[in-house]
Design a protein around this ligand. Structure first.
Ligand code: ZN
Length: 461
């Protein structure tokens, strides 16, 4: 039923530990990840092989032999080489996907997006060239693997404690997302539309079960997938709203690094006492990975609101997504009976924390999303971590998803875009809702030719 095969390559092994930090060897983590990935592909019925199943030393030549011998040297063989990054800086964090010079970026992009949706901090997907011969790939896993389609996944940085904690806690979730993304890419083709993510139907699934798992409804799943019946087949690809927020009575929450009962209570608009009662907790101590039950709408306190002025191109869906709320919540907060918006209309956005008073007008609000950190947000708004902390009265660097921050408004009217294989000015302009001329003017370009890796300034819309 599938027209592709997968070879999984657990990076390093035996005498080669890979990166070592925080009492962890890269080779052990890559094996843990790869073993689980192997089982998952097998479970989905995808033909799969693995380059090592024990802690053995496999030199590059032998590794390539094993890859090419598994299913032959063919374009329909996907090679997934699993690695953990390291850096001289402990603040470097996030996943990367590196793809071969001979391949399109689609698979790499979809894998990175899947990791982000699954909660990992992500950096970028890219190609890397050998400095001594820039017509060749930097990594042997790309360079020497014939016609296969190899991707090298760096799940995060071993020397960054947050990354490492996330990988150790969530690697199964990340692998599940990657397996789905690979199947969806190969079987479904295109990148899922904004606001959605892909889900691959598994044995025992039903629309009801999937809807529950993703806090959406059967009707909504059928609507976005144009389904006329409730029947599903294993391996079928569904679109799932990626930011749906539960409004069911009870939901579960997995404790992440940096969480406190207070931050979780605030996020879910409830109280520490409620959380402790509901989960029969004796103390305030939480452990990463602990599962808490959260009661949906128990709090009598109405959330506070911020104002949002509707701009060109906005929809209820895009605004709801931006603020990590549901369209229903947005409509309810504004007593809207239709989905139509007009430019300039002021909407009340329910938010989950009070902002400290601040007098300067040149500020806007930003709602913390999964994977955010102060550094990333500071960069995005062209400011510093220290300034963000000052503006928001923060005493620590910890953020919680849904938390509202004050950020400088319009401090940057552009963002950086790195040119990828296959890009054209026209394609980039279209994607970012701007024009070729505008990009050329902004970047002082005199021709339309682009170089992979070139950094472009793109106007924010
Ligand atoms: Zn490695």
């Amino acid at each position: 039923m599938y027209d592709f095969k997968v070879v999984i390559d657990p990076g390093h092994g035996g005498d080669d530990p890979g990166a070592v930090a925080n009492n962890t060897n890269e080779k052990d983590l890559t094996k843990l990840i790869s073993d689980y990935m192997y089982e998952r592909f097998k479970e989905m019925g995808v033909p799969v092989a693995i380059t090592r199943t024990t802690d053995e030393t496999v030199n590059p030549t032998e590794r390539v032999n094993r890859i090419l011998n598994a299913f032959g040297d063919s374009e329909d063989v996907i090679v997934i080489s699993n690695h953990i990054n390291s850096s001289s800086s402990t603040s470097a964090q996030g996943a990367e996907v590196i793809y071969a010079l001979r391949n399109e970026d689609t698979l790499a992009e979809n894998i990175l997006n899947a990791l982000e949706t699954a909660g990992q901090v992500t950096r970028t997907f890219y190609q890397r060239r050998l400095p001594s011969d820039t017509s060749k790939d930097y990594y042997f896993i790309h360079r020497n693997t014939g016609k296969t389609e190899p991707v090298l996944i760096e799940y995060g940085f071993i020397n960054n404690k947050d990354d490492l904690n996330r990988i150790k806690t969530n690697y199964k979730k990340y692998v599940d997302a990657i397996v789905d993304a690979v199947i969806a890419t190969k079987m479904g083709g295109s990148i899922p539309p904004q606001g959605t993510t892909t889900y691959v139907v598994k044995k025992g699934d039903s629309l009801y079960k999937i809807a529950n798992e993703y806090n959406t409804t059967v009707a909504e799943l059928k609507r976005i997938n144009n389904l006329t019946s409730d029947l599903l087949t294993i391996g079928q690809i569904l679109l799932i709203p990626s930011d749906s927020t539960s409004d069911s009575d009870n939901q579960t929450y997995v404790v992440k690094s940096g969480d406190t009962l207070y931050s979780i209570a605030r996020k879910f608009n409830t109280t520490v006492d409620n959380l402790k009662k509901l989960n029969k907790l004796q103390s305030d101590t939480l452990s990463v990975g602990q599962i808490l039950t959260i009661s949906g709408k128990t709090s009598e306190n109405m959330p506070s609101t911020v104002n949002y002025t509707v701009a060109k191109g906005d929809s209820l869906w895009s605004i709801a997504r931006k603020y990590n709320i549901t369209v229903d919540e947005l409509k309810k907060a504004n007593n809207l009976t239709s989905d139509l918006l007009s430019i300039g209309q002021v909407l009340k956005i329910p938010v989950q924390n009070e902002l400290p008073p601040e007098n300067s007008e040149n500020l806007t609000v930003y709602v913390v999303k999964s994977g955010d950190n102060l550094y990333k947000i500071a960069n995005q708004y062209n400011t510093t971590v220290a300034e963000l902390k000052r503006l928001n009265g923060l005493s620590s660097d910890l953020l919680s998803v849904g938390q509202v921050l004050r950020v400088p408004n319009n401090s940057s009217t552009t963002f950086e875009y790195i040119v990828k294989s296959g890009d054209t000015l026209y394609k980039i302009a279209q994607y970012y809702n701007t024009t070729v001329d505008e990009i050329k003017k902004l970047n002082n370009l005199t021709t339309n030719s682009l170089i992979i890796g070139q950094v472009l300034q793109i106007p924010k819309k």
